[in-house]
Design a protein around this ligand. Structure first.
Ligand SMILES: Cc1cc2nc3c(=O)[nH]c(=O)nc-3n(C[C@H](O)[C@H](O)[C@H](O)COP(=O)(O)OP(=O)(O)OC[C@H]3O[C@@H](n4cnc5c(N)ncnc54)[C@H](O)[C@@H]3O)c2cc1C
Length: 467
């Protein structure tokens, strides 16, 4: 999300807030271009942070209250004008400056990055230019690089568009975020929301978080193990709400293949692209020839074993012993997975550049097995004895897709004024007219919640944050 520099460098009203630097502040700011739902609302003051050192210099108590931090505004529903300050951390990493820097080498120097960076990993870019060229690590810019590790730690400024980071990682052949491709928003929010898609969550790749602690008035590094990450949630959304302004996220990427293909039709879509992947667990193995499949293929192993003694020598497939290997699979790359996910998402989800929404409006509820059995009985009575209700086991409980319930209740495509349940994915409410009001979105939300409560005895909770 790009920010158009305002005409003020400190508005008249709030000049006294700006201590050392000229920070961009805009009074009575129109937020309609800053939230993907396109709600036409204003905030009393908008502050764009353009350098990390502006944070210690900012007198938060002098700002119109309350103060909220926003990223790309893609998980927010503004329900009315915001009476306080909306602050955006606008520092982003120049990813084009960090290409081609992941070869072997030795650690030299230490940047300002996370204390937890292991010696044999690479760290890149905190605010600085980042590594350009293998032989010239520049600790003064906040990055160092190293030898043997298979992990690559990359520190990305919080204001960087998350999908730009995904595209960069894929183009560098680095594994980790490819399944999260095309999720709107910024890197800072990825650590707040624990964004997730296609079997991967941000917590799987977050190694460290740097933030300004408003309570203590200092920069801190936060270990993700302390963030209580769960399904689209973290302490940043609960007990730490409003306390930290995330300025950088360090992601742990991998130089060795780590494809995760078993969710959301990804494997099938790759198959349709001509990649000869078999069902089973997501190894890299593929089979051309018969056999029970590569359940036993260790992850990250190109080629697959079927029945026989297996590919001790990859170059000599031995169909007579029951195994062959596939060249296509060796060429499975994060780039291919990224593009496949982009294709799937584009077919299902509204493009925020065209249609306003905040993605999935509701969280998928998790219920007891007994409760689920009652729903199954109801669904079979309505749709016939062979009908099966989509679900996922989560420990000893069951997650039921909210989209399924919304569709069963007849809401798919339903409109209320300018708001509409998206035809291709009923979990999404869209601003169909482009002029929908917060009241219309909330009206549709309320109808859905009430109907599902009365039919299934389940209360849906919004994933979208109401402001
Ligand atoms: C079409 C569409 C598809 C989507 N698909 C997915 C999906 O597949 N998976 C998924 O998980 N989400 C999805 N989303 C939701 C959304 O993209 C994510 O929640 C995203 O992480 C929000 O990022 P943002 O930068 O827009 O954050 P915002 O919406 O601006 O803010 C989200 C929260 O993060 C906080 N925050 C933001 N930046 C910072 C910071 N620097 N420091 C501290 N707090 C901060 C805000 O205060 C707020 O609480 C989708 C949204 C849309 C519109």
């Amino acid at each position: 999300m790009s920010f158009t520099p305002g005409i003020f460098a400190g508005s008249k009203m709030y000049n006294n807030l700006i201590v050392r630097r000229l920070m961009k502040t805009l009074a009575n700011y129109d937020l309609s271009g800053r939230n993907t739902f396109r709600m036409k609302v204003r905030c009393a003051l908008y502050v764009e942070i353009e350098a990390e050192e502006e944070l210690p210099a900012l007198d938060f108590s002098a700002l119109p209250q309350p103060v909220m931090v926003m990223g790309g505004g893609s998980n927010l529903l503004f329900t009315k004008d915001f009476p306080g300050t909306v602050l955006h951390y606008g520092v982003s990493t120049a990813l084009d400056q960090v290409q081609g820097s992941f070869g072997p080498g030795a650690i030299s120097g230490a940047g300002p990055g996370p204390s937890s960076v292991p010696l044999n990993a690479l760290e890149a870019t905190v605010g600085g230019l980042g590594p350009k060229g293998k032989n010239t690590p520049r600790p003064e810019c906040g990055w160092t690089w190293s030898t043997e590790g298979y992990s690559v730690l990359v520190t990305i400024a919080a204001g960087t568009v998350f999908d730009d980071f995904c595209a960069w990682a894929a183009s560098e052949g680095l594994w980790g975020p490819e399944n999260l491709s095309l999720i709107p928003g910024e890197c800072g929010a990825s650590a707040v929301q624990n964004i997730g898609a296609y079997g991967v969550e941000a917590k799987d790749i977050i190694a460290d978080i740097r933030a300004w602690d408003r309570r203590e008035g200092r920069f801190v590094y936060i270990d993700p193990a302390n963030c209580a990450y769960g399904y689209r949630t973290s302490k940043f959304k609960t007990e730490w709400k409003g306390r930290f302004i995330i300025t950088a996220v360090t992601y742990r990427l991998s130089r060795t293949p780590q494809p995760r293909l078993d969710y959301g039709g990804l494997r099938k879509a790759l198959n349709l692209k001509g990649l000869d992947l078999v069902h089973g667990k997501s190894g890299l193995g593929a089979i051309s020839g018969g056999g029970p499949g590569p359940g036993s293929v260790p992850q990250n192993t190109p080629g697959a074993i079927v029945g026989g003694p297996g590919p001790g020598d990859k170059k000599t497939p031995r169909p007579e012993s029951g195994w062959t290997w596939s060249k296509e699979v060796e060429s499975l790359t994060p780039k291919i997975i990224r593009q496949t996910i982009i294709d799937i998402r584009n077919a299902k989800l509204p493009d925020p550049a065209v249609t306003g929404s905040a993605g999935s409006f509701f969280c998928n509820p998790v219920i007891s097995k007994e409760h689920f059995e009652r729903i199954v009985a109801m669904a079979k009575a309505e749709n016939g004895p062979d009908y099966s209700v989509p679900h996922f086991e989560v420990g000893d409980q069951i997650k039921v897709p909210a989209a399924w319930m919304i569709e069963q209740c007849g809401f798919k495509g339903k409109r209320l004024g300018g708001a509409q349940v998206y035809q291709n994915q009923p979990l999404v409410i869209v601003n169909a007219s482009g002029e929908a009001t917060p009241e219309e979105i909330i009206g549709l939300e309320t109808q859905i919640i009430r109907t599902i409560e009365s039919k299934y005895g389940i209360t849906l909770h919004p994933e979208v944050e109401h402001v």
